[in-house]
Design a protein around this ligand. Sequence first.
Ligand code: BES
Ligand code: ZN
Length: 461
Amino acid sequence: MSAATQEVLDRIDREKADYLEQLKDYIRIPSISTDPAYKDEVLRCAEFVADQMRQAGLEVELIESEGYPLVYGEWMGAPGKPTVLFYGHYDVQPADPLELWDHPPFEPTVVGDKLFARGATDDKGQSFAHLKAVAAVLAERGTLPVNVKFLIEGEEESGGEAIEAYVRQDAGQKLAADCVVVSDSSMYAPGQPALLYGLKGMAYMEIKVTGPNRDLHSGTFGGAVANPLNALSYIISKLRDAQTGRILIPGFYDDVRPLADWERTEFAKLPFDGEQYRSDLGVPEVFGEEGYSTLERAWARPTCDVNGIFGGYMGAGAKTVLPSWGGAKVSMRLVPDQNPATINRLFEEYVQAVAPPGVTVEISSVHGADPVLIDISGPLVEAATRALETVWGKPPVRIREGGSIPIVSTFSQVLGGPVILMGFGLADDNLHSPNEKFNVSHFYNGIRTVALFLDEVGAAD
Ligand code: BES
Ligand code: ZN
């Protein structure tokens, strides 16, 4: 390692406690994009990110959109050198159920090496590591070895379309870059970094089943009028085969690209303790589509999951009621080459076709995202590989993931270069759950990795 790189790492060591305090300030802002009640907080969070970028030495612009603003920052002082675009999101998932948190979700709490809070790993901590790395290099040297751009959005968790429209319309002008770096996922295991080359897409639907024009006495009317919740349950039971795990919507699998042989071989080689996985989750056995391993199911096969069911009497005791309506939210995670619009249509046709008599069924699409597979090869990916290996002591393994980062597929279509997905989180970080956490050491190592990456890219060119 060069003396200049070492000096940056030394600075990171001296300043890391400050970085952690700044991250805590960032996390204290409850930027829940899906809930309109938090609108002011989400906007305040965008300002916070913009301020942090300015303090790091970037030129900053808040890009207004129909939804929440995109925060854009750049430092373009290395003409002729490659440009790295960093992507992240400043919004977070809702924190409920609140009673299951050991510490208040927006009061970041460090216990040992773990920083507990909503957004700690997803994605404030991970994406802040990018910014702190750039800030450290600029503070140390007054210059960077490459050009950098940051695009941080505020609607990733709610499937917002603002960034999609912006990136498409920009068509690689302002955002022109040789690669995109995203840290919004996990390492394969503690001590085992990963480069991610596949993410699932999404077709998120809502079903509303309506029966009588008011709640009815279930004795007076039961048996003579269709019950919307019974009908809804019947529809849901027809979505997926309970024994084989296959999704029953006709045509659903038509465009699914099968796993390549090399992927099945590589996945099978990854250390994976099925019994540990099962017992960590507290399930009596794992269950999924017949003919596939757990990793294959989670990373490379499409899913159909009910996320929530509502309607009827849910209070204490018993109320004998035939409810007037009921509903469910259903997410289908897609794999290449499935298309969200096609899946929406197949879902809608099928649900209407299986709906029992006596009720009205309305189906709406909540949001969608394209699945993506990325070609991770070339000098910039090699630079990332070396940076990860130096910091974490092992070369990264190549994996896919079951989560979605909607803009990634657009980046890879529009910008040309590779999207380098290097997650610094861990599988037990509880993203979207109570007690979300990010290991403090992973925050620091993330900063170090990005600092090394910048020098590797600058030197390789
Ligand atoms: N960070 C996650 C995506 C992720 C999770 C990638 C785990 C890899 C592993 C991201 O913030 C997220 O949760 N996205 C949503 C997108 C959806 C609302 C379209 C998701 O996957 O549910
Ligand atoms: Zn995220």
